[in-house]
Design a protein around this ligand. Structure first.
Ligand code: FAD
Length: 503
């Protein structure tokens, strides 16, 4: 960490969500010197609260956003190739109930377009399934009035947190200095030029002056807050909307795209790990993105709609929920669902007369690599460097099985690390040790929620939290009082997710 202070890097990136992590990797692979700072943990923001799909998004066809869908389909192919251990093909059903002729025609065209816009894809093409075939594939569907279903393919990233971590790991392997639990509190200014940021290392309790030839704000829904000192009084750049998901016992055999009876909105029921995800909602949000949580009304809406589609599925039981805040490019006079999901790149020299700082906002996880490439292209041009991106070809570090091998070797070297930590989950102690030693896991939440899948099990690791604190404490030098504080902090972290947990 000391090596960060007093050095000037080419690129200082503020925000360690998928966008910041993607930029750090791209820039480091091009040979730029990079520092990445994240106020909480990598992937702790919006990035760990999505539907976890890598998709073009049928919905955007309705908005005639063909370029967005085409770009996302191209990225879907790239991610299936460079991260085959994290991104998997996912077949969907789109069931139809007594549709009008107009509606049938509209969906047929939508399905054709979805295929046409991804002509070069490796995934199978759409297919119409009749009523019997649909019910055989998904017995949980309400049979009343069912006509059949479209089957089409997209992709899923079940552990999106690991997609972020692997981008950070690769950035660090290529020389990037990375720091989590470190908040950029103010900018270093030299007249009308930003020359980096003052960052509070919250673990060490010290402030660092990090100098960057160029500073990139990749703070997602926090952008209006983080950029405020440079554009006082200016109109907000973002429109924030909240979306929540329910995690329930496995409810269906297939992934489904459904239309809510109440307002005709599209939503998903998707198998995820050993559970199901139901989501999402889309409501305007005002406040600190860190405080976003599901409300009773959010939960009722999703539960009612999911029950309508699958009358006997176990939606009474909720393991936990998560809520995320979309950072959408501000557009006036449109409803939440109609705001474009396109990203935007702001050069504050042109916009606000302040040089040395760029901001990126919006976009989907699906498009993160292309967005990172666009930002790094601009940054490289501004820095007078001409290296090209290699992220469309370079595999992510875990793709060759090296992480799995490292964990297996750890477990082989010490049998106590080979045993599962939790009675409900297969995750072993060696995973936590690896996360602490090689992946910047500094809190129990970092280890359970964003390095391993232990905290994503129904019990969220609460039954083994003492053992995890003991293990991490040995590695990080925690005494009994610190262990108790870390356990309490973890319980506070998962509390908003567990407000509606029902068995
Ligand atoms: C409900 C919902 C469902 C979604 N589903 C999908 C989907 O299925 N597929 C898909 O492709 N996309 C989906 N998205 C979109 C996707 O999740 C986001 O576009 C993406 O995660 C944004 O990443 P980000 O890095 O910009 O933001 P974030 O992940 O929020 O990262 C920003 C980071 O900046 C940090 N930060 C803020 N201020 C500071 C500071 N001062 N100093 C240091 N760090 C700071 C924050 O802690 C945060 O970690 C969904 C979004 C939502 C809300």
């Amino acid at each position: 960490m000391r090596s960060l202070s007093g050095r000037t890097v080419d690129l200082l990136i503020i925000g360690g969500g998928i966008i910041g992590a993607g930029i750090a990797r791209d820039a480091a692979l091009r040979g730029l010197s990079v520092a990445l700072v994240e106020q909480e943990d990598f992937a702790s923001g919006t990035t760990s609260r999505p539907t976890r799909l890598i998709h073009g998004g049928l919905r955007y066809l309705e908005l005639f956003d063909f370029a967005l869908v085409r770009g996302d389909m191209r990225e879907r192919e790239i991610l299936l190739r460079i991260a085959p251990h994290l991104v998997f093909p996912l077949p969907f059903l789109l069931p139809l109930y007594r549709p009008s002729l107009w509606y049938q025609a509209k969906l047929r065209i939508g399905m054709q377009l979805y295929d046409i816009l991804s002509l070069d894809k490796s995934l199978p093409k759409r297919r119409w399934l009749g009523r019997e075939e649909t019910l055989a594939a998904e017995p949980a569907l309400d049979p009343e009035g069912l006509q059949g279903a479209w089957r089409f393919y997209d992709a899923q990233v079940p552990l999106v947190e690991r997609l972020v971590i692997e981008n950070v790991v690769d950035a660090a392997t290529h020389g990037a200095l990375v720091l989590n639990h470190a908040r950029a509190n103010s900018y270093l200014r030299d007249g009308d030029r930003v020359g980096g940021a003052v960052v509070l290392d919250r673990m060490a309790g010290v402030e660092l002056a990090l100098r960057g030839r160029l500073t990139v704000n990749a703070t997602g829904p926090w952008l209006d807050r983080t950029i405020a000192p440079l554009r006082s009084g200016a109109k907000p750049l973002l429109r924030l909307t909240k979306g929540i998901h329910l995690v329930t016992p496995r409810a269906t055999q297939q992934a489904h795209v459904l239309f809510a009876r109440r307002d005709d909105r599209l939503f998903f029921v998707v198998p995820w790990l050993d559970a199901s995800i139901v989501g999402t909602t889309d409501t305007d949000f005002d406040g600190d993105p860190a405080a976003a949580a599901a409300t009773e009304e959010d939960v009722r809406y999703l539960r009612e709609e999911a029950r309508r589609a699958f009358p006997n599925a176990p939606f009474d039981e909720i393991f936990f929920t998560w809520a995320g805040v979309r950072a959408l490019v501000r557009e006036e006079g449109v409803s939440e669902g109609e705001v474009s999901r396109k990203h935007a790149l702001y050069d504050h020299q042109r916009r606000d007369g302040v040089a040395g700082v760029l901001s990126v906002v919006g976009g989907k996880i699906t498009a993160y690599r292309a967005i990172a490439e666009e930002v790094t292209d601009l940054a490289a041009r501004k820095l007078g460097r001409d290296q090209r991106a290699s992220t469309a070809e370079a595999m992510l570090p875990g793709a060759d099985g090296s992480r799995a091998r490292a964990i297996a070797a750890l477990a082989a070297s010490d049998p106590s690390l080979a045993t599962p930590l939790c009675p409900h989950h297969h995750g072993v102690a060696a995973e936590i040790v690896h996360a602490v030693r090689h992946e910047w896991a500094l809190t129990i939440g970092d280890a359970l929620l964003r390095r391993t899948a232990l905290g994503l099990a129904p019990c969220q690791g609460l039954d083994c939290v003492d053992a995890v604190a003991e293990l991490m404490g040995r590695l990080l030098g925690w005494d009994a009082e610190r262990r108790a504080r870390e356990i309490a902090a973890y319980c506070r972290e998962v509390e908003p997710m567990r407000r509606f947990s029902v068995k």
